[in-house]
Design a protein around this ligand. Sequence first.
Ligand code: UD1
Length: 361
Amino acid sequence: MPKKVICVAGARPNFMKLAPLLKVLSADSDFQPLLTHTGQHYSDQMSGQFFRDLGLPAPDHYLEVGSGSHGAQTGEIMRRFEEVVLAERPDAVVVVGDVNSTLAGALVAAKLHIPVAHLESGLRSFDRSMPEEINRLATDAVCDLLLVTEESGAENLRREGVACERIRVVGNLMIDTLLQNRERARESRLPAEIGARDGEFGLVTLHRPANVDDPAKLQELIEALGVISATIPVYFPAHPRTRGRLGALPPGIVLLEPLGYIDFIALMSRSRVVLTDSGGIQEETTGLAIPCLTLRENTERPITITEGTNRLAGVTKKSILAAWQEFLDNPKTGRVPPLWDGHAAERSRDALRELLGLPPL
Ligand code: UD1
């Protein structure tokens, strides 16, 4: 009997991490992978487009939880996912990333004594005001297998007392997806359609509650971006959380709808610099050797700074413009971190085989 593994996805950044794993599990006759979509992200722009772009299978279970407060959303995912797990009785559950769906999926599995693996485990910003940091800490505390993207993650887990046997550094599934789709992204017509010229524009994303929920803080970021946009045009595909809070924008900032995966990679790989508060984009820019200024005070992905192209720019106008100047004076080159080589999914599968007592391939 193949081992039944339920993979839980809920929000946009989960989809690109699960796509390569689902592919390798489907190709292994010892596994029967199932996909549960919690519906944390539900609109076509945040979810459907990614399923099409990434060739993800239709979910086996769609929980339709939608948006809500953290407690309501996490609780509702738990309530509905518990029914799925009780009905399916999987051999394992896989959760990914740091969103509310990650934590809810892990808690349900752990309480039903189903082995649970966390992809992208161990990352720590050491900033508990970030909802994702709480999700990371709590998820890792109940998971059986901790699959890690960079060495700092393994160190953090060991420091928290996790036994070494439960930790595997497997590399970065998001980079698997990036490498698999780079060629397709070259064919995107979006850059030409919006007049974005290779290497001559900036690309911005912003969605962290700490940056966008307070109008004064958001305004300060927009002012800094306005100064930068006097030098190079800045394209800004705005997340729905951000869009609703934006006022008038400086003329050099071009507002776009949220982009699908292929179009976003197309724009990112042609940009001169990316300015972002996203976690995943810090990794993708390092994978693509595109300079990144991270509009945050900290990062849970330090390897993108020590080895990659990322710099922390802070969140004040002054610090962002200082980082911008530093970038102009000395654009950072980096190298791609160890195991960000396009084969993280196979290593994750091998770790899952071990967890479930299957012989090595
Ligand atoms: C969530 C994750 C965050 C991740 C981000 C990526 C948590 C705690 N946060 O934040 O870690 O980086 O996703 O996008 O899990 N909305 C839509 N369409 C959708 C989904 C949401 O329009 O499909 C709008 C709703 O108005 C919603 C708002 O966006 O209220 C915010 O969505 P929510 O899922 O609460 O959090 P994100 O900010 O997306």
